[in-house]
Design a binder for this molecule. Structure first.
Ligand SMILES: [Zn+2]
Length: 570
C-alpha cells in the first residue's frame, strides 16, 4: 500500500477525554474513531491488526479441534428466560421490541444459543465437541471508557465445550488454557492466569488472563515468591492468629455517645481496637436485606458476598432499609439477637470471643460478644478483601495487589445451561445425562488495546511483527528526485514479492513528519531511502523497537528486511 493512497488519519494531539495510553495512541495513530460512548469504528489500520489477532485465535482454536460457527446477535427473550438470565443480566443487556411487540435482546454471550443447538447431540458418541465463533457482542456498560478497554459493542471469540462428564470438561478446559497461552504469546502478551469469581456465568471454576496496566480496573493479588495469583474478588490470605480473652457469660451493653464508626469505637474509652470489633453491614440481596459480618479492620469484597448469597443483584442498603431491618442507623449496628435475616460471617470471626459490636440502638454498643455463642450465623464464608502485604495462602510471603486488564476468561460451567435448555445425551449405559459445558472468551479489541498498553514508547505504538498493521515501511526522503523514488519503489516491490506487508511512504512531506507518523503508527521496521545514502548505494535500516538505524547495502535491503520479518512471524 502506498501511504498517500491509504487512509491513515494520524493526529498531533491526544483526544481530550482519553486517559488510557491505548486509547490515546489508537486514536492518534488513526486505528479507531469513537462513534458514541463505548462504541468505536475500526479504521483500516486497526482492522488489519484485528484480523491478524482473529487469525491467530482461529489457528489456535482449530488446533484444539474447534469448529467455527456464526450465531445471531439478535435473540428472542424466551431463550434467556429459560436459562433464568433474562433477569440476571439486568441493565447490562440491550433489550428491544420488534414490530409484533416480541421481546428481543442483543447477545452479550451465547451459552443459551449454543446449548439449544447442543440438543441435537443425542448420544455420548457425538461428544466431545468444541464450538466457537468470532462475533459482535453488546453490553450496556454503565461507565464506558478507556477507548477499547470498556465498550458497549465489541468482537469476541467465544467457545463452548460439550462433554459427557466432568473429566471431559477438565480436558477441554486444559486445552483452552494452553491454547489461550499460545494466542497471547503470539500477540506479544504475557498475561498472569488468575483464579476468578464466576459471577453471573455460574459454574465451579474460572480462570482469568490478566495483564498488568494502570488503565485496568481489575485488581489481582499476586505472590512473587510462589506465583499464586487471584482476582481480589476471589483471593485469600493468611492472617496472624489473635488471642482473645474468654469474656463475660453474656454480652454487656454500654453507652457510647457519639460513636458512629469502627474508628470512633477504637478511640473510645472502654471501646476496643478494630480487630476486636465486629463490623455489621446491611446489603440488599435481590431486594431482601442480609447481614455481612467482618472483623472491624477488614474491608468487604462485595463480589464474595454476591457469590456466597447467590444474589443476582446486590447493593448496600439505604438508610431507611437499614432502619427497617435492624431498627437502628448505621454506626451502631450489630447481629446479636437478630432473627429473620440471613447472616453471613467472615471466617476471620470464627471462634472469636470478647468482641465489641453495635447494640442496634443509637449511642450504645455491646462488649463481651462471643461470635458463635451470641450470633445466629447462617453461613460462614470468605467475605474479606485481601490487602497488599498480607501473607500468601500458599507460601506466606507478602502478597502484592496490582491493577490489571482482563483479556480472557475461561469457565467450567457444568450443567446449568444444558439442564435449563434440555441438552442431554445418552451415556454408554443408556442413562440420560445433561451435557457438561465449558465456556471460554477472548475480546479481540481488548487484546489489541492491551498490546498497545504493553508495547509503546514516547513516540507511539511499537507493534510486535505478528499483529502489526504493516511489517515494513519504506520511507522515501525526496520522492521528487527520480532516482531516489525508483530505488524506494524497487525495494517496495521486492518486499511485496516476498510476501511482506509493506507501506511505501512517498508523500510530499518533510522527513520529520514521515518519521513521526511511522513511529506513531508503530511499523516494526523502516527502510529509509535518501539521495545522500544512495550515492554510496546505501539505505538506512531501523528497527522501531530499538529506535536506532544502521546503513545497509541498497541491493540487499529487501532481503535483509524480509529475513528479519519472517524470523519474527510466529
Ligand atoms: Zn506465595
Amino acid at each position: 500500500m502506498e501511504w498517500d493512497r491509504a487512509f491513515i488519519p494520524t493526529l498531533r494531539d491526544d483526544p481530550a477525554d482519553a486517559e488510557a495510553v491505548s486509547h490515546k495512541l489508537l486514536v492518534r495513530a488513526g486505528l479507531i474513531r469513537q462513534l458514541m460512548a463505548g462504541v468505536y469504528s475500526i479504521l483500516p489500520l486497526g482492522w488489519r491488526v484485528c484480523r491478524k489477532i482473529e487469525g491467530i485465535i482461529r489457528q489456535e482454536m482449530d488446533a484444539i479441534g474447534g469448529q467455527e460457527f456464526r450465531l445471531p446477535a439478535l435473540h428472542p427473550a424466551e431463550i434467556w428466560q429459560q436459562s433464568g438470565r433474562w433477569d440476571v443480566m439486568g441493565d447490562e443487556m440491550f433489550r428491544l421490541r420488534d414490530r409484533r411487540e416480541g421481546e428481543l435482546c442483543l447477545g452479550m454471550t451465547h451459552e443459551e444459543i449454543f446449548a439449544t443447538i447442543a440438543t441435537e447431540c443425542r448420544s455420548y458418541r457425538a461428544l466431545p465437541q468444541i464450538w466457537y465463533q468470532l462475533q459482535t457482542k453488546f453490553r450496556d456498560e454503565p461507565r464506558p471508557k478507556s477507548g477499547l478497554l470498556r465498550v458497549r459493542e465489541f468482537t469476541m471469540k467465544d467457545s463452548y465445550s460439550l462433554d459427557v462428564d466432568r473429566a471431559g470438561l477438565d480436558r477441554a478446559f486444559q486445552l483452552h488454557f494452553d491454547a489461550y497461552r499460545r494466542i497471547y504469546e503470539r500477540c506479544g502478551l504475557d498475561p498472569i492466569a488468575v483464579e476468578a469469581s464466576s459471577g453471573s456465568m455460574g459454574g465451579s471454576e474460572s480462570i482469568e488472563f490478566m495483564v498488568a496496566s494502570d488503565a485496568g480496573e481489575d485488581w489481582i493479588a499476586f505472590c512473587g515468591a510462589c506465583g499464586y495469583a487471584a482476582n481480589v474478588e476471589k483471593a485469600t490470605s493468611v492472617l496472624p492468629e489473635l488471642e482473645d480473652a474468654a469474656g463475660p457469660d453474656a454480652p454487656e451493653e454500654f453507652a457510647t455517645p457519639g460513636v458512629r464508626s469502627i474508628e470512633d469505637l477504637a478511640g473510645f474509652e472502654g471501646g476496643a481496637p478494630a480487630e476486636r470489633q465486629i463490623k455489621t453491614l446491611v446489603y440488599m440481596a435481590d431486594d431482601a436485606p442480609v447481614l455481612a459480618l467482618l472483623r472491624g479492620d477488614h474491608p468487604l469484597s462485595e463480589q464474595k458476598l454476591a457469590d456466597a448469597s447467590g444474589a443476582n443483584a446486590l447493593r448496600p442498603a439505604a438508610d431507611d432499609e437499614i432502619r427497617a431491618a435492624l431498627g437502628a442507623s448505621a454506626g451502631s449496628l450489630g447481629a446479636v439477637g437478630v432473627d429473620g435475616l440471613r447472616v453471613f460471617a467472615d471466617e476471620a470471626l470464627r471462634g472469636r470471643t470478647d468482641m465489641c459490636t453495635g447494640a442496634n440502638r443509637d449511642d450504645a454498643h455491646l462488649r463481651g460478644v462471643s461470635v458463635e455463642r451470641d450470633i445466629g450465623v447462617d453461613t460462614w464464608c470468605d467475605l474479606r478483601e485481601v490487602q497488599e502485604g498480607e501473607a500468601c495462602p500458599q507460601c506466606q510471603s507478602p502478597l502484592e495487589v496490582k491493577k490489571t486488564i482482563e483479556i480472557g476468561h475461561i469457565f467450567k460451567l457444568g450443567t446449568r445451561y444444558s439442564e435449563a435448555l434440555g441438552a442431554t445425551v445418552q451415556t454408554e449405559s443408556g442413562e440420560s445425562v445433561p451435557i457438561v459445558m465449558g465456556s471460554y472468551g477472548i475480546g479481540v479489541g481488548r487484546v489489541m488495546a492491551s498490546v498497545v498498553e504493553q508495547c509503546h514508547d514516547e513516540q507511539g505504538i511499537v507493534w510486535p511483527v505478528n499483529v502489526a498493521p504493516y511489517e515494513v515501511v519504506v520511507t522515501v526522503l525526496n520522492p521528487k528526485e527520480v532516482e531516489t523514488s525508483e530505488a524506494g519503489r524497487r525495494i517496495y516491490e521486492a518486499l511485496q514479492g516476498r510476501g511482506i506487508e509493506v507501506l511505501l511512504d512517498e508523500r510530499d512531506e518533510r522527513p520529520g513528519v514521515k518519521f513521526k507518523d511511522a513511529e506513531l503508527v508503530g511499523i516494526p521496521y523502516r527502510i529509509t531511502v535518501g539521495p545522500r545514502g544512495l550515492k554510496d548505494d546505501k539505505v538506512e535500516w531501523t528497527r522501531r523497537k530499538a529506535g536506532t538505524g544502521r546503513e545497509i547495502p541498497l541491493e540487499r535491503a529487501a532481503e535483509i528486511a524480509a529475513e528479519s520479518v519472517l524470523e519474527e512471524r510466529r
